[in-house]
Design a protein around this ligand. Structure first.
Ligand SMILES: *Cc1c(COP(=O)(O)O)cnc(C)c1O
Length: 229
């Protein structure tokens, strides 16, 4: 890539984010979807190791090609028949959004001989979406002993996405509702493989609000790597 087309200073961006978030005890997931390996390597060489992708094929391709000490996070909707391609290596699946998907993750975790770390994706946005649990569904699963049947799944917390809007008040309200659920769940006696230690919320446009509201993991793409095509 020539100097003139590279207007984004990835090293500077990621270094600034890393500094700011380290001080806040917040994990930065650098969302590298659509970006080529050499762009990821710039962030890697600046010391970053945690990257997020939203497509299985892209994720496995980059996993194979790039250094093995990278922690790969799956942040996009995951189809059950594709879990097998990532179960062996994925560091965290943010998008566990249905009981059937959790069962598939358990099955593939068992085959791969590893417990797969996951977050329960919660539907907090106003927009209609097929994806994500609501509180009632999670409580039902907890009360019905669902997680006890999934020894190869480790739930580490919750993930949510706010409505795509300029209305800061609304975004804040949605993050507050996710944080409140996270704290309510934490007060319960949870199964051994369900922990509330990760609250994944906030992206380029709303991570500041998310941090205010208690996020300890943000997923930032365009603010580091520049706009996607
Ligand atoms: C793309 C994506 C992000 C990052 O979005 P940016 O606005 O580029 O920071 C975060 N979370 C999910 C689930 C995504 O799909």
């Amino acid at each position: 890539m020539t100097k003139t087309t590279r207007e984004v200073n990835i090293v500077q961006n990621i270094t600034e984010f890393r500094k700011e978030l380290e001080g806040k005890d917040c994990v930065l997931v650098a969302v590298s979807k659509t970006k080529p390996a050499e762009v990821i390597m710039e962030a890697y060489e600046a010391g970053h190791r945690v990257f997020g992708e939203n497509k299985v094929q892209e994720l496995t391709g980059k996993y194979e090609k790039l250094p093995k000490d990278i922690e790969w996070h799956m942040i996009g909707h995951l189809q059950r028949n594709k879990v097998k391609y990532i179960a062996e290596f994925v560091s965290l699946i943010h998008s566990a959004d249905s009981p059937r998907l959790l069962r598939a993750i358990n099955k593939e975790g068992k085959k791969a001989g590893r417990v797969v770390p996951c977050l329960l994706q919660v539907h907090i946005a106003e927009e209609e979406s097929k994806y994500g649990f609501d509180e009632k569904e999670i409580l039902n699963l907890l009360e019905n002993g669902f997680f006890e049947e999934l020894p190869f799944v480790q739930v580490r917390g919750l993930m949510g996405m706010a409505t795509f809007t300029d209305n800061q008040t609304q975004i804040r309200k949605e993050f507050q509702s996710l944080a409140a659920l996270y704290h309510r769940l934490n007060e319960r006696t949870l199964p051994e493989n369900v922990k509330m230690e990760v609250l994944s919320m906030g992206m380029s446009g709303d991570f500041k609000i998310a941090l205010d509201e208690g996020s300890n993991m943000v997923r930032v793409g365009s603010a580091i790597f520049g706009a996607r095509n």
